[in-house]
Write a protein that binds this ligand. Structure first.
Ligand code: GCO
Ligand code: MN
Ligand code: MN
Length: 388
């Protein structure tokens, strides 16, 4: 039993926009005071986080003068130095400004596409200056409400062209930087292009520098699409593409709720944490969520502490699952292999194919074998509910 206290080795991070969220939504204005980036860094240090991530304009307002920019960056660097908080990831805001109303890299307006590249190169410079090694691309406005005016095919080509350009930019500047693409099915657009992590993985293979580009899957986004998040994460991991992860929670089939990690569906969160810990994922655990609008600053801290605490509790539960003799006995039974057909496994050979085709299976016997998944799942529930 640990005390569930976050430590730097857990690599827990928050965005400036997450704990900095003021509670404004489409139906109501801010309920909390806006915190400065320096205040947020100190708040994150107080709750025990390891790192802070930001969009260019979370840190430097879009209309800041060069002198203002320099002062803001200087103050922010000082706060990082004073607290030991690091910047593992940065990203670009390509969605708030009216210029991006019809997208950034996929906008039908070539001037907007050029401006999106200009803004992103400057934001990459800023991120690298502050130490970021991962650069996230979330194309919130890259999509449509109507397909009458924007070509999905052309948009895909434009998005690829922009990423190819930016990969070359990072290489040209010898930046130690990897790109992570974040999918979301909708919101703020009616439909966002490349809506799932799986779609992003397919897209990456078409780029000029696929080795530089991976994914940043987000739990809420796959849940909005009704999908199993852990399965998406496993596919990304298997492809060597899990460069970053956005943890939060979400009711299925709702608007983007950005709930505290593990608060809505602790069982899905458990299987996710178990996966990440079992495979040895070594990247940031980034919480892309925010406190309920009902809460004040104390609630924001409770929210941040809660995300990390729940992760650590689930991590301990995963270790308990792996050490539980009854659970392991059922798993051994489920995965039992008497080795009798070992000659047919592995790589293809003409002989193997020939003898496998000729082999006589007892199909009826195969169909009679049940699996004790009910028992195993109930043991998992007992464990998660704390009676085991
Ligand atoms: C959202 C997204 C964003 C991105 C962020 C980083 O639903 O608004 O999750 O929070 O993660 O822009 O790229
Ligand atoms: Mn999101
Ligand atoms: Mn996100």
């Amino acid at each position: 039993m640990t005390d569930f206290q976050p430590k730097p080795e857990h690599k827990f991070t928050f965005g400036l926009w997450t704990v900095g969220n003021t509670g404004a939504d489409p139906f109501g204005k801010a309920v909390r005071k806006a915190l400065s980036p320096v205040e947020i860094v100190h708040l994150l240090a107080e709750v025990g986080a390891w790192g802070v991530n930001f969009h260019d304009n979370d840190l430097v307002p879009i209309d800041a003068t060069p002198a203002q920019r320099d002062q803001i960056v200087k103050d922010f660097k000082q706060a990082l130095k004073d607290t030991g908080i690091v910047v593992p990831m940065a990203t670009t805001n390509l969605f708030s400004d009216p210029a991006f109303r019809d997208g950034a890299f996929t906008s039908n307006d070539p001037k907007v596409r050029a401006y999106a590249l200009h803004k992103t190169m400057r934001a990459i410079d800023l991120g690298v200056e502050l130490g970021a090694k991962t650069y996230v691309f979330w194309g919130g406005r890259e999509g449509t409400e109507t397909d009458a005016g924007k070509s999905a095919l052309e948009s895909g080509k434009r998005f690829a062209e922009a990423l190819n350009f930016l990969c070359e930019y990072a290489l040209d500047n010898q930046y130690d930087l990897k790109f992570a693409l974040e999918a979301k099915p909708n919101e703020p657009r009616g439909d966002i292009y490349l809506p799932t992590t799986g779609a992003m993985l397919g897209f990456i293979a078409t780029l000029d520098h696929p080795e530089m580009v991976g994914v940043n899957p987000e739990m809420a986004h796959e849940h909005m699409a009704g999908l199993n998040f852990m399965h998406a994460v496993a596919q990304a991991w298997g492809a060597g593409k899990l460069f970053h992860i956005d943890l939060n929670d979400q009711n299925y089939a709702r608007y983007d709720q950005d709930l505290r990690f593990g608060s809505q569906n602790p069982k899905a969160a458990f299987f996710l944490v178990k996966f990440l810990e079992d495979v040895g994922y070594a990247g940031s655990r980034h919480f892309d969520a925010h406190a309920y609008r009902t809460d004040n600053l104390d609630g924001v801290k409770a929210f941040a502490r809660g995300c990390m605490r729940t992760y650590l509790i689930l991590k301990e539960k995963a270790a308990q699952f792996n050490a539980d003799p009854d659970i392991q006995a059922l798993l051994a039974q489920i995965n039992a292999d008497d080795g009798s057909l070992v000659q047919f496994s592995g790589k293809y050979s003409a002989d193997k194919a020939k003898s496998l085709k000729a082999y006589e299976f007892d199909r009826v016997a195969l169909g009679q074998r049940g699996q004790p998944y009910e028992q195993l799942d109930q043991l998992t529930i007992d464990l998660l509910l704390g009676v085991r």
